[in-house]
Design a protein around this ligand. Sequence first.
Ligand code: GLP
Length: 249
Amino acid sequence: MTAQTLALAPVSSSTRVIACATDEIGEVAADLVASLAPDGVLGVATGSSPLALYAALIRRRAEGLATEGLRLFALDEYVGLSGDDPRSYAAYVRSVIAEPLGIPASRVRVPSGSTAADAETYERAIAAAGGVDLQIVGIGRNGHIGFNEPGSDAETRTRVVELDESTRRANAEHFGGDLSLVPTHAMTQGVATILSARRIVLVASGAAKARALRAALTGPVTAANPASFLQRHPDVTVVADSDALTEDR
Ligand code: GLP
């Protein structure tokens, strides 16, 4: 394993950056998740970035890692897609994470609905579980975490948001490339909800993330780049490849 702690100097001393080859991201991130207690609360991101991590956890389960007792909370969900829709994040969490890791549906929560009461229910469920022990996050090209688009401030909690056009375009590939099929709204954990997790692991790969990632780690803390609020968290580990950590200027 050639993972190394990179020279890219995050502003926050509580942020650690592990640079590794693209094909090592999954195993490096899995090392961190594997340190959870067998009945720990794992916050899961959907999207492409953490796929290798989930694959690594599934391999480790086959080698004896106990994952069945974990509890899962997802970051976000599209408004208007039912949990049976294969494009929903509920379907992703079920088929890519929970079922292969042997975690029963009763221990898996994904935001659902579209009302303030639905959002409050989700916040209460996280609190009732004792909070999230380790939250996995990706980063959007515009700096979003979960679906907290630019403009989301540090106090935000789970709520319905309108998706940026750029985010809908980036995610259109999951809807057959048809932008008109991408939902316009989502329910997402807020920035404050995410920052309530005891540990945060951000995974990122590819040059498309470089600008947002550098700004998040080394720029001002600002709602213009919601990932920058991670600088305020006491325990963040970034696992990223060199493309994501190198911004062409
Ligand atoms: C998506 C999701 C996020 C995800 C991010 C990056 O829109 N809402 O939870 O982390 O954008 O996605 P990807 O890893 O596919 O680039």
